[in-house]
Ligand binder design. Structure first.
Ligand code: 13P
Length: 286
């Protein structure tokens, strides 16, 4: 299955009442396991590379592997820059093969966020690349305890979201309705009325960050209110961490012995998550 255009992928999900999982990968084990999980679920998938993780791997070295994995996958795949910090980041990711980019200027005031996002949209659309903007602030840090990063949730407002989409031309919008990045003690309470109103006003695919910790019912309800992309990472990182700790307890000492068991739990969690997100099941020969 070739790489597919991320806008087509999200528009299809949005029109047909399911969501695509976007899983941040931090190495080859994650890359292989995410594709295996998607193939088992026979679901489309977004291979997501977060700029905040670039200290863990070299993007230039990683992208040829990501592209090779996408091209040989038996399900539709898109390659996405997650939490891109600047126009230069977006250009770099597109040059290296990303066909979706996120501009994360959500920490700026709305005027500066619009300017930064519009610049990326103009460049990316000229390259046929899908753009995700973010409005409102989703606190927390992927892979860490949410309570260690307790910044206030800044909820997306309907009026600002409408102006933002009109002025930036983004293809999909990440909204803040109560989710948090990272590991949470309790299920977050979500502002369903707000999400419903944003979707009614915009009518374009919405994105939820901070997928870890949401219940299956919350996932399904998000989709009924226009969410077509769900970002998910911490649960995968924790499943891998648990496998490494279990291997160490069982006496493994070398690098390969410690890592030997990480792919299966990551793949299992990706598969579980994608089955909940409800995509049509693609024909798959594996
Ligand atoms: P979690 O790590 O909370 O699943 O969030 C991932 C995310 O939103 C990546 O952008």
């Amino acid at each position: 299955m070739p790489l597919v255009n991320m806008k087509d992928m999200l528009d299809h999900a949005h029109a047909h009442g399911y969501a695509v999982g976007a899983f941040d990968l931090v190495g080859l084990d994650f890359l292989e396991a995410i594709v295996v999980g998607a193939e088992r679920a026979r679901a489309p998938v977004i291979l997501s590379l977060a700029e905040s993780h670039f200290s863990h791997f070299d993007l230039e070295l990683a992208m040829p592997a990501v592209e090779a994995a996408a091209r040989r996958a038996q399900v539709p795949v898109a390659i996405h820059l997650d939490h891109g910090a600047s126009l230069d980041s977006a250009i770099r990711a597109i040059r290296l093969g990303a066909n979706g980019v996120m501009v994360d200027a959500s920490h700026l005031d709305i005027g500066d966020n619009i300017d930064a996002t519009r610049a990326v949209t103009a460049m990316a659309h000229a390259c046929g690349v899908c753009v995700e903007g973010e409005l409102g602030y989703v606190p927390g840090v992927e892979g860490e305890d949410a309570e260690r990063h307790p910044g206030p949730v800044q909820y997306t407002t309907v009026a600002e979201a409408k102006a933002f989409v009109e002025r930036t031309g983004v293809d999909c919008l990440a909204v803040s309705v109560g989710t948090v990045h990272g590991r949470m003690k309790d299920k977050p309470g979500l502002d369903w009325g707000r999400l419903k109103d944003i979707h009614a006003a915009l009518g374009l695919p919405l994105v939820i960050h901070g997928g870890t910790g949401l219940s299956d019912d919350q996932f399904r309800k998000l989709i009924t209110f226009g969410v077509a992309k769900i970002n998910y990472y911490t649960a995968l990182a924790d499943a891998a961490g648990d496998a490494i700790r279990a291997a160490a307890r069982a006496g493994a000492r070398s690098y390969t012995a410690l890592l030997a068991g990480v792919r299966e739990p990551i793949a299992a969690e990706v598969e579980r998550c994608l089955r909940v997100l409800g995509s049509p099941r693609f024909q798959c020969n594996k």
